[in-house]
Design a protein around this ligand. Structure first.
Ligand code: NAD
Length: 328
């Protein structure tokens, strides 16, 4: 049975990926600073540890054939774009990638998956919210709009350099806004879909929800199942990447809020307030993934949002129920 290590197995995508790998019959070791927050890990072995520590990394890569590296110091716009966490984001994530590759190579790991991000794309191609350019080759000349994006670009190159110089097999995917149940939904690191689901679930009728900026900024959002499917297909293919893993169904943030309100059956107002924003427009370009994998994620946004809204609304209800239960 193939032995797999998932780094970041306590996180959103990592915990879903572990479940999928177990369902496919692999032996899985997970490693993370923390256990998954919302359900027990499906991993055969779960190591709570810090991948910035080479000693820990040497231990967890032992007897492993494939590594899926998803650990990163990350969050939504409220974490990445304020500038307050730049040094941590760059230092922590780069150290994790340097350790994982070097210790893995020394231990004889044959194949690495690396989760890069759409945040590597140049800001100058994403100023028109209706017409952003995010095809893979447009990454250079490089000009990401955040230090998070710069670290991802550095680490992409690190994986590709290990492939060239050390002969290890690597796969690099650039994720575009992945969302779904069991993702962070409160606390400051949550992303737009979960944050809006929470605000709308919390709002009573005829109230307003707050949106950062004018809400005309555009993005696309990929439901978690499509992301995990893409990871597995890329690993099974002979294509190194980097390749976009995202949805091409672009929507404005105002449009996303309206869609979630429709799902929730609530007619709320929108109040625009200042806040960290990121680029003006971004969409996945799936031409390359279609060409190289003969497949691309294609489920409608609404379908994933319905499942995510139900899950976030249940979290909101449960968090409200606790004090009542204690009081009664
Ligand atoms: P997440 O924050 O839920 O998961 C990342 C995990 O890494 C966390 O559980 C965290 O505890 C762990 N981690 C951080 N530092 C660590 C350390 N020093 N040692 C061990 N574990 C550590 O994020 P996610 O949404 O699951 O994202 C997974 C990967 O995909 C990340 O690399 C992220 O940058 C990338 N990505 C995600 C998205 C998205 O929309 N979710 C988009 C682009 C790229």
């Amino acid at each position: 049975m193939k032995r797999i290590l998932v780094c970041g197995a306590g996180g959103f995508i990592g915990s879903h990926l572990v479940r999928r790998l177990k369902a496919e019959g692999f032996w899985v070791r997970g490693v993370d600073l923390k256990h998954p927050e919302f359900s027990a890990s499906a991993a055969d072995e779960f190591v709570v540890g810090d991948l910035r520590e080479p000693g820990l990394v040497h231990e967890v890569v032992k007897d492993i054939e494939e590594v899926y590296q998803l650990a990163a110091d990350m969050g939504g716009a409220g974490y990445i774009f304020t500038g307050e966490h730049d040094a941590d984001v760059m230092h922590n994530s780069a150290t994790i990638n340097l350790n994982t590759l070097e210790c893995g190579r020394q231990a004889g790991v044959r194949k690495f998956f690396y989760s890069s991000s759409a945040c590597i794309y140049p800001e100058y191609n994403q100023r028109d919210p209706k017409n952003p350019r995010c095809s893979e080759e447009s990454a250079y000349p490089a000009a990401p709009d955040s230090e998070y994006g710069w670290e991802k670009l550095f680490s992409e190159r690190l994986y590709l350099a290990y492939h060239r110089n050390w002969g290890v097999d690597v796969r690099v995917a650039r994720f575009h806004n992945i969302f779904g149940p069991e993702g962070t939904w409160t606390g400051g690191r949550e992303k737009a879909p979960a944050a809006l689901c929470r605000k709308i679930a919390e709002a009573s009728d005829s109230r307003e929800v707050e949106i950062w900026g004018d809400g005309l900024q555009t993005r696309s959002f990929l439901y978690i199942d499509g992301c995990v499917e893409a990871i597995r297909r890329l690993m099974a293919s002979d294509f190194t990447g980097p390749v976009n893993v995202g949805s091409e169904e672009m929507i404005s943030i105002n449009g996303l809020a309206r869609l979630i309100m429709d799902i929730a059956g609530k007619n709320l107002g929108i109040r625009h307030i200042p806040g960290p924003l990121g680029v003006r427009g971004r969409n996945s370009d799936n031409q390359l993934i279609r060409e190289r994998l003969g497949w691309a994620p294609d489920r409608p946004l609404r379908e994933g949002l319905e499942k995510t809204y139900d899950w976030v609304a249940a979290q909101v209800a449960a968090s409200r129920a606790i004090p009542v239960a204690i009081a009664s």
